[in-house]
Ligand binder design. Structure first.
Ligand SMILES: O=C(O)[C@H](O)COP(=O)(O)O
Ligand SMILES: [Mn+2]
Ligand SMILES: [Mn+2]
Length: 547
């Protein structure tokens, strides 16, 4: 693991600072682009005066099944920190389903066998859309089909409505066809019903311990069948929309009931599959099902079930204990080499992106490689309402970073500013524009500190989001909603992202490669070089070329 010195690039006196502006990409559209609309004197200066180029951050460039798949934080940070393209969760599950390996595995047989032996119920809980970031409906359908073949007679679905990785009010586009599909199962004598649900930002899918109350609400809804009752998911969604101007991700929890009784409480002897493949928002609900010691909320009567996740969500803590598909193996990410060579690091973000810049960045490992030379800093996020406070914790993050850079506390510093992404997901254009302006001010502060320390600042992103805050039709026109205003887009984009090198102590040794297909996985090699090392062979080529 010993790193070789670089042949012509010398390490700068100050630190290399990798600044990830989460969710800030380059759109071809102007309307709805909160980045273009924002006043960004610092980012403009960097674009006009420094070497920079766009990088691919979507689809096959980050290990997703196709180039129609938008990027996301998990795969983006895996690619940046891992410095190579690995097949990601969605792709691994596709393969396990196509080859049938998933159903031949021990855990599927245990889950299915448990239901058949006890004549109990198979429950599926997960994100109910085709956004492809956390879950996919074709994965769910394939498992239901297998359950049907295996003679399972009782299936319940606990659906987390999306509107965050897909169009903001698209829930019924998924629910109605699915209800029709369930009718075909019912006609064969299989009792298959939607049992509970709610918006993914209201129940169940919290991450990084930011708001456990979300998981508690989800638990009570799915497990105990407690909550407002409706005859169908369609009725619940339509009722909530008529009562309030609410988009799918924030829909309240609902329980489907017949004669006042929930149709799908989770009981002793049942099996439960949490079918999301992505880890961050799947860990807490898995702990609620599995952990004997559980301090986060009162679960009431915890049913004795056979529980499985789609994947292993945390390989260090082994959460969940049972899973259907092995997660992507990202061996030897950049920081493992750096630590082994005594190159210390700072990783900092606020809660919402803390695991992104630590866990995802380090190839899905939650720990440090060397405690003595790595500082992980988490600034607690506000709870909810990011469009109400688009500044989030950006200022506090920079307050930590400025002295850390000036004192040259560690040679490699990485930071994620969540604003462009988290505010982008709210669909609020004005707030997103302000989010970008806040981040621009912070970039200015980092530039000043890096200049003082004679370091290097790299500015990039993991995928687009706030660069397209409106939906467009196929002809490129802005889609309108019922009110005649622009239809908000809450999801990520397929756009390229910036890669800027601010190198005030420049020695003019390199230019930036112009290779068209370069993507996020080329950043790691570049960081090695700026730290004065050759990148080991397992990393994709550097973006730096001899001048
Ligand atoms: O989990 C989320 O908030 C979205 O589905 C994806 O956002 P992220 O990939 O930027 O975290
Ligand atoms: Mn992101
Ligand atoms: Mn996002």
């Amino acid at each position: 693991m010993i790193l070789d010195k670089h042949s012509f690039i010398q390490q700068r006196p100050g630190p290399v600072v990798l600044c990830i502006l989460d969710g800030v990409g380059y759109s071809d559209h102007t309307e709805g682009d909160a980045y273009k609309a924002a006043h960004t004197p610092n980012l403009d200066w960097l674009h006009n005066n420094c070497q920079n180029r766009p990088l691919n951050a979507h689809g096959t460039h980050v290990g997703l099944p196709s180039d129609a798949d938008m990027g996301n934080s998990e795969v983006g940070h895996n690619a940046i920190g891992g410095g190579r393209i690995v097949s990601q969760g969605a792709k691994l599950v596709n393969t396990a389903l196509e080859t049938g390996a998933l159903f031949e595995g021990e855990i599927w047989r245990k889950i299915s066998g448990n239901v058949r032996e006890k004549n109990s119920t198979l429950h599926f809980i997960g994100l109910f859309s085709d956004g492809g970031v956390h879950a996919r409906l074709d994965h769910l359908k394939a498992m239901v089909e297998q359950a049907r073949k295996e003679g399972i007679k009782s299936i319940r679905f606990h659906i987390l409505l999306d509107g965050r990785d897909v169009s903001e009010t698209s829930a019924l586009e998924y629910v109605l066809p699915f209800e029709n599909y369930l009718k075909t199962l019912n006609a064969e004598g299989i009792s298959a019903k939607i049992a509970s649900g709610g918006g993914r930002m209201t129940i169940t899918m919290d991450r990084y311990g930011a708001e456990w109350a979300m998981v508690e609400r989800g638990w009570n809804t799915h497990v105990h069948g407690e909550g407002r009752q409706f005859a169908s998911a369609e009725e619940a969604i339509k009722t909530f929309r008529s009562e309030d101007d609410v988009i799918d991700q924030y829909l309240p929890a609902f329980v489907i009931a017949e004669n006042g009784q929930p149709v799908g409480r989770i009981s002793d002897g049942d099996s439960v599959i949490f079918y999301n493949f992505r880890g961050d928002r799947s860990i807490e609900i898995s702990q609620a099902f599995e952990d004997d010691e559980f301090p986060s909320f009162d679960r009431g009567n915890r049913p004795d079930v056979e529980y499985s996740g789609m994947m292993e969500y945390d390989g260090d803590e082994h959460i969940p204990k049972q899973y259907l598909v092995a997660p992507p193996a990202i061996d030897q990410p950049m920081c493992e080499f750096l630590s082994a060579n005594g190159v210390g690091q700072v990783a900092i973000s606020e809660t919402q992106k803390y695991g992104h810049v630590t866990f995802f960045f380090n190839g899905n490992r939650s720990g440090k490689f060397d405690d003595k030379i790595e500082d992980f800093i988490e600034i607690p996020s506000d709870v909810g309402g990011f469009d109400l406070r688009p500044w989030m914790k950006a200022v506090e993050i920079t307050d930590y970073l400025v002295p850390a850079i000036c004192e040259n506390r560690q040679p490699f510093i990485r930071v994620n500013y969540a604003n462009g992404d988290m505010v982008g997901h709210t669909g609020n254009f004005n707030a997103a524009r302000m989010a970008v302006e806040v981040v621009d001010v912070q970039v200015g502060r980092l530039m000043a500190a890096v200049k003082k320390a004679n370091g290097v600042l790299l500015v990039t992103s993991d995928h687009g989001n706030c660069d397209e805050m409106f939906e467009f039709d196929k002809k490129g026109a802005v889609k309108l909603n019922e009110k005649g205003t622009a239809k908000a887009k809450t999801s990520h984009t397929l756009n390229k992202v910036p890669f800027i090198v601010y190198d005030p102590a420049t020695r003019n040794e390199f230019t930036l490669s112009e290779v068209q297909d370069a993507g996020l996985s080329h950043i790691a090699g570049t960081v090695f070089n700026l730290l004065g090392f050759q990148a080991p062979d397992v990393f994709n080529r550097t973006l730096l070329e001899k001048k």
